[in-house]
Write a protein that binds this ligand. Structure first.
Ligand SMILES: NC(=O)c1ccc[n+]([C@@H]2O[C@H](COP(=O)([O-])OP(=O)(O)OC[C@H]3O[C@@H](n4cnc5c(N)ncnc54)[C@H](O)[C@@H]3O)[C@@H](O)[C@H]2O)c1
Ligand SMILES: O=C(O)C(=O)C[C@]1(C(=O)O)C=C[C@@H](O)C=C1
Length: 300
């Protein structure tokens, strides 16, 4: 039974977890720490957690669940920094977007603790302590990637915790998670970063034209391409092999499309676009789309 949760990193994810606990599980007490003093001040002002602490050690001292909500590349350092202050029975979890390297980093930093890595597949392009909101995880997947030897009670506790916050929980092998998320999240972001970068580098089209005519598809790409640079740098560096594997497949398919356009093969284009349209319809039918008008969450 989880009663005290410590949240390390009080940005979009950490703040949203704090607010979601307050809304859905107010009997759980929350403490939090962020290494940025300005973030700590905003977190206190917005009451993202019950107590904002000045050190990670203070934040974790009474925790039975510690959730690391820092960029993937900062997980090991953040975990090692609180080692001495951690209660022996505390479960350590995280929200990192890649799982294999984070699981390894946490196990290395805290070899004597129970580690249950997690990835709530929910977010926005916003970051920082002003960006969090309580409903972020409602009806979203949260994927747990425990090692084969992890305690089933600890997996159940973390699963129950995320269910309380409104998420649907799935348990998966970390390697498989990284392959799936490479294609459903990481490469889509890479494509958005690339296309927005390409458009802004064009000599024949002015920057003001790019901004002025960004009403349709490109606008959606600019939202994704506005995502946090530190977070995404770390995602690509930590999920290198799965991203490169999926990028290889993507490049082959792109080359085939290039050939179809060059040779005027309308049937090939029509066949692909019909297939992708059917997938979109399935995504909507299965409730994986929340019909945000421009896929944005500017209203939060
Ligand atoms: N943004 C998303 O859409 C999304 C969705 C799911 C998972 N994630 C994952 O969640 C994690 C956090 O992402 P976010 O969007 O909340 O980022 P964010 O930038 O909003 O927040 C991260 C916070 O961590 C703090 N921090 C960095 N290093 C620290 C350290 N050593 N100790 C204490 N605090 C530290 C930063 O000051 C910052 O406030 C990342 O691992 C990311 O991959 C993000
Ligand atoms: O909706 C968005 O803005 C997101 O990018 C969220 C998104 C995703 O790709 O689905 C981004 C990274 C996370 O690890 C999980 C969720």
């Amino acid at each position: 039974m989880i009663r005290n949760v410590a949240i390390i990193g009080l940005g979009l994810l950490g703040g949203s977890i704090g607010l979601a606990i307050e809304e859905h599980a107010p009997d759980i007490t929350t403490t939090g720490f962020d290494r940025n003093p300005k973030t700590r001040a905003t977190a206190a002002k917005r009451s993202l957690v019950g107590t904002v602490c000045d050190t990670a050690s203070e934040a974790v001292a009474n925790a039975d669940l510690v959730i690391l909500c820092v960029p993937v590349g900062a997980m090991e350092e953040a975990a090692a920094g609180m080692r001495e202050a951690l209660p022996k029975a505390a479960i350590i979890s995280d929200v990192g977007s890649s799982k294999q390297s984070v699981g390894e980093a946490l196990a290395k930093a805290l070899p004597d603790h129970t580690i249950i890595p997690a990835h709530p597949v929910a977010g926005t392009e916003q970051s920082g302590p002003d960006a969090g909101f309580a409903s972020l995880f409602t009806n979203r997947w949260c994927i747990l990637t425990p090692s084969e030897t992890a305690s089933t009670e600890a997996v159940q506790s973390v699963s129950d915790f995320w269910t309380k916050l409104g998420a649907n929980v799935e348990v998966m092998d970390a390697e498989h998670h990284d392959l799936v998320l490479a294609v459903t999240s990481h490469i889509p972001h890479l494509i958005a970063f690339t296309i927005v970068g390409t458009a802004s580098d064009l000599e024949e089209v002015t920057r003001s034209e790019v901004i002025k005519y960004s009403a349709g598809g490109f606008r959606d790409f600019t939202r994704i391409a506005a995502s946090d640079p530190v977070m995404w740098r770390d995602v690509f560096l930590s999920n290198k092999s799965a991203v490169l594997e999926m990028l290889g497949r993507f490049s082959e398919d792109l080359t085939a499309l290039q050939r179809a356009i060059r040779s005027g093969d309308g049937d090939a284009l029509h066949e692909l676009f019909s297939r992708t349209r059917a997938i979109r319809r399935q995504v909507i039918e299965e409730g994986q789309d929340d019909d945000r008008p421009d896929f944005g969450r500017e209203d939060h």
